[in-house]
Design a protein around this ligand. Structure first.
Ligand code: DQA
Length: 148
């Protein structure tokens, strides 16, 4: 049987994890988060590919490619785009596989503009507030969603 493939999408400014706002995001880097996801993916028997961009159009193109490739699930931390990007929302809405939204910080305990996710009603579910564990829990949730 073909190994299931899960795509992790990281959006704007998330390449700066490890350097930006350690109170909200800790000191872990995106490279370290990717490595933790790959390791958990190996344990769970799924392939995990990680992608990051600071360009909204490139993110849309990567989502289109995910649709064409037929990835089995998508995890997304879109950073600030979460709160206003209808372009990324529309791209995610093209996907037929489960999509899990995640955030390192508890967005609901922060500024009011972060309380809104324009993806909320089109994703399978959301995880926030657990730091790097939001990513690991997101991967577990995506794998569980694959099984129905
Ligand atoms: C974030 C939360 C967003 O509000 C913020 O713009 C980010 C990171 C998080 O992972 O907690 O860039 O998505």
């Amino acid at each position: 049987m073909r190994q299931k493939k899960i795509l992790m999408l990281n959006g704007v400014n998330l390449n700066m994890f490890g350097k930006r706002d350690p109170v909200q995001y800790g000191t872990i880097t995106l490279e370290e988060i990717d490595a933790r996801l790959q390791a958990l993916g190996a344990e769970l028997g799924v392939a995990v590919e990680c992608y990051q961009t600071n360009h909204e159009g490139e993110m849309c193109l990567r989502i289109h490619q995910a649709f064409t490739e037929g990835v089995d699930a998508v995890l997304i931390n879109a950073g600030a785009w979460t709160h206003y990007s209808y372009g990324i929302r529309d791209a995610l809405a093209i996907l037929t596989c489960p999509v899990v939204e995640l955030h390192m910080s508890n967005v609901h305990a922060r500024e009011p503009f972060r309380h809104v996710s324009v993806f909320a009603d089109i994703v399978k579910g959301q995880i926030c507030g657990f730091g790097v564990n939001s990513y690991l829990l997101g991967l577990r949730a995506a794998v569980a969603a694959l099984d129905g």
